[in-house]
Design a protein around this ligand. Structure first.
Ligand SMILES: *Cc1c(COP(=O)(O)O)cnc(C)c1O
Length: 617
């Protein structure tokens, strides 16, 4: 049985029971039942489902682990955290996040003006707000306004010019002013595909020379009392803990040095984000080499060690983990529309009545007589015969019908052998399957919903919602519905995906992509004009039954065009006029056809069905 690596990536959030993936929470609803409930109300196409209880779980984990480490090491600093809005700014994520975070005083991080406005509008009043990224006078002024509203703001400067602007705005706007943080440029950089944020050549942060200069300026302007934090961020999805430890040593020493130079209110180190998420469906592809416990122990222990040896106060710890908090809360579920493999079914086999080439007769024998004892041998024979038959075709000795029969029989033999051998001939079967993957057309856009797969090759756990008590036999590559050949998750021998045979005319088959709650939504592109899928939130009542809230339907076609700044009235006028002037539509029919056209314009652009009879996709 293939469990799709659920024990590696799912963190007990999802389980397999009676052949279905279920949420491991409250009454443990099957995802397929949640999907059916939403679709019964007419929402078709792909769905993005949010589970706020998983946001809560991650926030709890983060605080509990840091606070446990702090207690264990008798650390004197406090733990604080903010959520970096760039990782997910969508309201049905941010609002529950802020609500859940209230009891911890969990705050928000903003990296742009719009994000700062979000933080000012929704953050819990006393919870911290950190502001990163390049800053102009406007965003600095916004920080001052926020402070005057009562928010706890730290402007983390990326360069000395930002400090100059803060000094100017302070003169204009007066007390209370925001706190000041310094982003430090470390030697250490993260590793992996997201490692560009750290290191001596990174885009961000002050060098040692600039730090000294910043201290001089702050002293001179009598703002040294505002300096409370130093900050670094060595990159997202840190898969190896050792660069983080190096970065902490570097930052810890810079903290101690700045304190000794007179930064008497400097009391916090902000380690940015980077806490990794396990996306792997197979143990050997594991994405990180540490646990949250190890991570928190290392941070607390190292900072304590440095503070002690340098004789300074132990700093408060801030983190800005985004991926770790948000990835698990969202699942993308998309219907399979079509399977490009029907040609290999037994019913397609058209053996000739008189005489078939001897090798085809033999293939037929292999297929009829294959069993557990001979499966491997027959498989090899079948593949050999196929090679020979293909050569015979190239030389003109057999015809197209013979070749079609060859393909069908060999595929059927491979399928039977796969079932019989289960995991026994794993490597060999994999390399065969690599050559004969089945293409599943899935009703979603990879560019919109999994942009990191397209851009960075990041894979996400994927599995069917049902039939998990049946062995899947088809090596699958997934095609999205964009017209772009990049819109494909190809079969990968290192990370093979097997799916079930599906009779799409008569059954529904859904695929779920997990851990899509970080970055994917906002990075998603409207390539081919496919928009954000319909989204919904799942919550639970007192009896543990789920209910659906906050449904936001995927944008309809006219709204998408409106977003591109087309004049919708213009489009409607043009379409209407063409129908009115058409000689191919009877006058009596024109109104009806116009009505039909308007109906289509009001629907979202995902496919409804590929079949002639209207079905449920
Ligand atoms: C992107 C970013 C984060 C979040 O990183 P994750 O890896 O998602 O935890 C935190 N801080 C800063 C400054 C960032 O740029």
């Amino acid at each position: 049985m293939n469990r799709y690596g659920i024990s590696y990536w799912a963190n007990h959030n999802f389980i397999i029971e009676n052949g279905k993936v279920k949420l491991n929470h409250k009454n443990r609803p099957a995802l397929i039942d949640i999907v059916s409930t939403i679709r019964e109300d007419g929402f078709k196409g792909p769905l993005l489902i949010r589970f706020p209880h998983l946001i809560e779980k991650q926030i709890n984990l983060l605080y509990k682990n840091f606070n446990r480490a702090i207690e264990e090491f008798e650390y004197k600093g406090k733990f604080n955290a903010v959520f970096p809005l760039k990782v997910n700014q969508f309201p049905n994520f941010v609002k529950p996040l802020v609500e859940i975070g209230k009891k911890y005083n969990y705050g928000l991080e903003a990296g742009s003006k719009a994000e700062l406005i979000l933080a000012m509008s929704y953050n819990n009043k006393n919870a911290p707000i950190t502001v990163n990224g390049f800053k102009d006078r406007t965003i600095i002024s916004l920080g001052f306004i926020a402070t005057k509203m009562g928010h706890d703001i730290t402007l983390i400067i990326e360069g000395l010019n930002e400090l100059e602007t803060i000094i100017e705005v302070t003169k204009e706007m007066g007390e209370p002013t925001p706190k000041i943080g310094l982003r430090i440029r470390l030697h250490t950089s993260g590793i992996g595909i997201w490692a560009k944020s750290g290191g001596i050549n990174s885009k961000f942060g002050l060098t040692a020379t600039e730090l000294i200069e910043a201290m001089t300026i702050l002293e001179k302007e009598k703002l040294i009392n505002k300096l409370t934090m130093i900050h670094f961020h060595i990159g997202s999805q840190i898969n190896d803990i050792s660069p983080l430890k190096k970065a902490l040593r570097e930052a810890g020493n810079i903290y101690a040095e700045l304190r000794k130079m007179g930064a008497f209110n400097l009391d916090s180190i902000n380690l940015g984000g980077g806490l990794a998420v396990e996306y792997a469906q197979q143990e050997d592809n594991s994405n990180r080499n540490y646990s949250l416990k190890e991570f928190t122990n290392d941070v607390v222990f190292l900072l304590k060690d440095i503070a002690e040896s340098k004789g300074v106060e132990e700093p408060n710890i801030y983190t800005e983990s985004g991926r770790f908090i948000s990835a698990s809360h969202a699942v993308l579920i998309a219907p399979v529309l079509e399977l490009f493999s029907q040609e290999y079914e037994l019913k397609g086999l058209k053996l000739k009545k008189e005489k078939n080439p001897p090798l085809i007769e033999e293939l037929q024998d292999l297929y009829s007589n294959i069993n557990l004892g001979n499966a491997r041998e027959y498989l090899h024979d079948g593949l050999d015969h196929m090679e020979s038959l293909l050569t015979l075709f190239d030389l003109g000795y057999i015809d197209l019908q013979d070749r079609s029969n060859t393909e069908i029989l060999v595929h059927l033999i491979i399928k039977k052998a796969t079932l019989l051998l289960k995991d026994k001939a794993h490597k060999e079967l994999l390399s065969i399957q690599d050559r004969m993957q089945e293409r599943y057309l899935v009703n979603f856009s990879l560019f919109q919903s999994l942009p990191d797969f397209w851009g960075l090759g990041q894979s996400f756990p994927v599995m069917p919602l049902t039939r998990l008590d049946e062995k899947p036999t088809r090596s699958a590559s997934l095609w999205d519905i964009t017209c772009d050949s990049d819109g494909e998750v190809g079969f990968n021998v290192k990370n093979p995906l097997f799916l079930h045979e599906v009779d799409i005319e008569n059954e529904e088959y859904f695929l779920a992509f997990f851990l899509v709650g970080a970055y994917q939504e906002i990075l998603g592109m409207k390539h081919n004009l496919f928009t954000h899928p319909t989204e919904a939130t799942v919550n639970f009542d007192k009896n543990g039954e789920f209910f659906i809230e906050n449904i936001i339907e995927a944008q309809n076609i006219l709204d998408v065009l409106d977003d591109l700044d087309y004049d919708i009235k213009d489009i409607e006028r043009s379409l209407k006029q063409q129908i009115e002037e058409s000689n191919f539509i009877k006058n009596s029919k024109k109104k009806e056809i116009l009505g039909e056209l308007y109906l289509y314009l009001s629907e979202n652009g995902y496919l409804r069905t590929l079949l002639s009879k209207e079905k449920k996709y």
